[in-house]
Design a binder for this molecule. Structure first.
Ligand SMILES: N[C@@H](CCC(=O)N[C@@H](CS)C(=O)NCC(=O)O)C(=O)O
Length: 217
């Protein structure tokens, strides 16, 4: 097995997989990828070869297995603390908004599933999804306003919070969610970053379509 292995789902759909992948890219660490297409009869069995939880992403590094995107990011941050902002107040907010994404926004995830290849989709969000979108807009605006002066990312310089919210930027693009101009600039920064461009190209190269049941990805 390679020294560092990331097990992911379909790049087109798996927003949870995208997050640690972006972190590994930002750290410029060498890693191999095992891609397990979701929604197939053997998906769970294949993922369980790496993690009994049966969900991607999974990181296997130096004989240590970590599963769940948030745990993977925190594991990597132990060795690379600069993944989070250095200012304590910024770091606290970055961790909080990452946790808020990880544990919340169910309506957004259900109604506007990530679909990197798709453009021009229109949905009628429920009130719950509208509230999720409004909360994310408020989070982005607050981070940029309080801490974003030094660069184009949520906390100025790139941080793990950007890895967490880049899949949301992708959803907002796919479904044409209107954003204030300042946050459109953040969305563009996130989507046009070289690592996200690479992920997008690889998503376009995938052949599977699992659009009948996209909930939660
Ligand atoms: N909270 C978990 C969510 C992981 C998750 O739901 N992964 C989905 C794909 S994005 C999965 O593995 N699904 C397995 C399946 O569909 O069989 C995380 O942050 O990693």
């Amino acid at each position: 097995m390679p020294d560092r292995l990331l097990v992911i789902g379909n790049r087109n759909y798996s927003s949870w997989s995208l997050r640690p992948w972006l972190v590994l890219k930002a750290l410029d660490l060498p890693f191999a990828v095992v891609r397990v297409p979701l929604d197939r009869p053997d998906t769970a069995e294949r993922i369980r070869q790496y993690s009994a939880a049966g969900r991607v992403p999974v990181l296997v590094e130096g004989g240590i297995t970590v599963w769940d995107s948030q745990a993977i990011i925190e594991h990597l941050a132990e060795a690379h603390p600069a993944l989070w902002p250095s200012d304590p107040a910024a770091r606290a907010m970055a961790r909080s908004i990452a946790a808020e994404m990880h544990s919340g926004f169910a309506a957004l995830r259900n109604e506007l599933p990530m679909n990197v290849r798709a453009t021009g989709r229109r949905v009628e969000p429920t009130a719950a999804a509208e509230a999720d979108i409004a909360r994310i807009v408020a989070i982005w605006a607050a981070a940029r306003h309080r801490f974003g002066a030094g660069g184009p990312w949520l906390f100025g310089a790139w941080s793990a919070a950007d890895a967490v919210y880049t899949p949301v930027a992708s959803r907002f693009a796919t479904y044409g969610v209107d954003l204030p101009a300042a946050l459109q600039a953040y969305q563009t920064t996130a989507l046009e970053a070289p690592a996200m461009q690479e992920w997008t190209e690889l998503a376009h190269a995938e052949s599977e379509s699992i659009e009948h049941e996209e909930v939660g990805r």
